[in-house]
Design a protein around this ligand. Structure first.
Ligand SMILES: C[S@@+](CC[C@H](N)C(=O)[O-])C[C@H]1O[C@@H](n2cnc3c(N)ncnc32)[C@H](O)[C@@H]1O
Length: 226
């Protein structure tokens, strides 16, 4: 199934808002580190409900925020959640970004980058659209070290790239992005029940759930354009 078909179905089911709720616990910490200045142009890649771009507009007084998504229904939903004229949503693909060279100050992407058909091509596109010194904040929960995420590929028809932290750094550098920082952001908010509640529908063992959320969390890699 295509990105469009898969994620249009998610958006039609209201899963765009569900993702927002799940991702916010770690995304907000990464968003809080972005060096966005008033007036900056920011691009949210794979924006889903668009919550991150709207938060960037509201908290940093960014000039223009674009949310790009390959699923038209996602972009349509995102547009319906705001009447801010400086936030815009476009339908597009990670492989060919519809922006001029050096046009963007900062790129954000949460839980979306690994769906790129060719992640190296996407990184080159990000490096192209970023102005020199611009940053790419890339958050993923699906990565090699997070063994609890590996089964996600079985649940979705879109091919996913599962890199480890070192592969992210190497790929960023290959595309011309200096790696300014990389770490994991734990989710301290998700409710982890007492031992007596296990096994649950989703988790066999409490220690696995603790590891997934409190130890691994979101892998954040930050690149800076040359
Ligand atoms: C798991 S959702 C994450 C949405 C949002 N960033 C969040 O944190 O909730 C991934 C999003 O990326 C979009 N996406 C996946 N592959 C894409 C591609 N190749 N080009 C454009 N958008 C894509 C999907 O349509 C979907 O809305």
């Amino acid at each position: 199934m295509s990105v469009r078909a898969e994620f249009d179905a998610w958006a039609a089911d209201g899963r765009d808002r569900g993702m927002e709720d799940r991702h916010w616990a770690t995304a907000k910490h990464a968003l809080g580190r972005m060096p966005v200045e008033p007036g900056d142009v920011v691009l949210d890649l794979g924006c889903g409900s668009g919550y991150a771009g709207r938060a960037i507009r509201d908290t940093y007084d960014a000039g223009t925020v674009y949310g790009l998504d390959g699923a038209p229904k996602m972009a349509e939903n995102a547009a319906s959640y705001t009447d801010d004229p400086q936030v815009g949503y476009v339908v597009g693909d990670f492989g060919s970004l519809p922006f001029a060279t050096d046009a963007i100050d900062h790129v954000w992407s949460m839980e979306a980058f690994y769906y790129a058909a060719d992640p190296h091509e996407t990184l080159r596109e990000i490096a192209r659209v970023l102005r020199p010194g611009g940053t790419f904040y890339c958050g993923v929960n699906f990565y090699e070290e997070n063994v609890h995420s590996h089964e996600w590929q079985d649940r979705i028809s879109v091919e996913m790239t599962r890199w480890d932290a070192g592969e992210y750094r190497e790929a960023f550098r290959d595309a011309g992005l200096h790696v300014a920082e990389q770490d994991t952001i734990p989710d301290r908010e998700v409710d982890i029940p007492d031992e007596s509640a296990f096994p649950t529908d989703d988790w066999e063992r409490r220690e696995d759930m603790v590891e997934r959320y409190r130890e691994f969390g979101t892998l954040l890699t930050v690149g800076v354009a040359e």
